[in-house]
Design a protein around this ligand. Structure first.
Ligand SMILES: Nc1ncnc2c1ncn2[C@@H]1O[C@H](COP(=O)(O)OP(=O)(O)OP(=O)(O)O)[C@@H](O)[C@H]1O
Length: 302
């Protein structure tokens, strides 16, 4: 069931069209990603969902509420991640949580929340003394303290090192598993691929596609590459004769086979039939990166 519905959203700043007729819906209980390059209109879209910005046209419903008209009620159902700069440097973690909990009639037990987010030891620590990853966890805690049904997390792992980023992903999955629908704004392909059940790909204000990461990748009928080192002599003409294979090359001791369909299975079966053992066998397939390029005509990082 849809918990967020966005229909034909349009938002213009002066003459710049930031969001240009975007429609999508978010199902209850999913991690829904909004993926796109800088300036694509992601933040504008979620700010309209949060009721922080008025759309020029289109309609939005969050758990049945109109974000502008029902802002007060929306606040109890939608948790918004705070940007880092919005907390005073010297506030202690426990104080921040207590303060935010006081804004809600029915707040979560914030001590239990800190425990769950691995911050129990930092209750008395000043915000400025936390690591980047810890600050992000505090911002997640603050988004959850009102016991929302939906949490919006915007550029959650920007600036984090790879380990802290992975820890944060695990945390987001735990949040979802606890029954909260998550809307995740990101421009990291890996994050989107690893974490999101479905994604809206936005480019230059327009919705390019909504699908699961695997569904997006499947739209690219991509070429695959299988690499291996045969441990006994191999007649590559045998491989070249397989219907799945487009080309076979030798790079020193390595054989590189490109093709389509169930390429890996075709290659390994042929090797098995000929009693050839493949060492260092690897397959490379199209990923979300390739799908993004196919859909938008450019790489996400451009
Ligand atoms: N308050 C504003 N006034 C004028 N233009 C704005 C305003 N906020 C955003 N824009 C412009 O609208 C477009 C969409 O911006 P938005 O912040 O929604 O994109 P984004 O996808 O979230 O990008 P980023 O990843 O860089 O945050 C950009 O061209 C941006 O410059």
């Amino acid at each position: 069931m849809a918990i967020i519905e966005v229909v034909d959203l349009v938002k213009t700043y002066d003459r710049k069209v930031a969001v240009d007729g975007v429609s999508f819906s978010v199902d209850e209980g999913e991690i829904f990603g909004i993926l796109g390059p800088n300036g694509a209109g992601k933040t504008t879209t979620v700010e309209c969902i949060e009721g922080l910005r008025a759309a020029d046209s289109g309609s939005i419903r969050v758990d049945g509420l109109d974000p502008r008209r029902d802002r007060a009620e929306l606040r109890t159902r939608l948790g918004v991640q705070l940007q880092q700069s919005e907390l005073p440097e010297r506030i202690r973690v426990g104080e921040a949580l207590e303060l935010y909990a006081s804004f809600y009639r029915d707040a979560a037990d914030w001590r239990e929340l800190l425990e769950r987010l691995g911050l129990a030891d930092e209750v008395g620590t000043e915000y400025r003394k936390l690591s980047g990853g810890q600050k992000q966890r505090v911002s997640i805690a603050l988004a959850l303290v009102g016991k929302p049904k939906v949490a919006v997390l915007d550029e959650l792992t920007t600036g984090l090192d790879p380990q802290a980023r992975r820890d944060t992903w695990t945390l987001v999955e735990q949040v979802r598993d606890s029954g909260v629908t998550v809307v995740l704004v990101t421009h990291f392909m890996e994050e989107a691929e690893r974490l999101c059940d479905r994604l809206a790909v936005i480019d230059a204000g327009r919705l390019v596609a909504v699908d699961s990461p695997a569904g997006l990748v499947a739209r690219v009928d991509g070429e695959q590459t299988v690499r291996f080192r045969p441990t006994s002599p191999l007649d590559t003409a045998l491989l070249a004769g397989l219907p799945e294979v487009d080309a076979v090359e030798r790079h020193g001791p390595q054989v590189v086979v490109t093709g389509r369909g169930n390429l890996l299975h075709a290659v390994t079966s042929l090797l098995a039939r000929n009693q050839i053992v493949a060492a260092d066998l690897r397959i490379e397939q199209a990923g979300l990166d390739d799908a993004f390029i196919r859909l938008t005509g450019r790489a996400l990082s451009e």
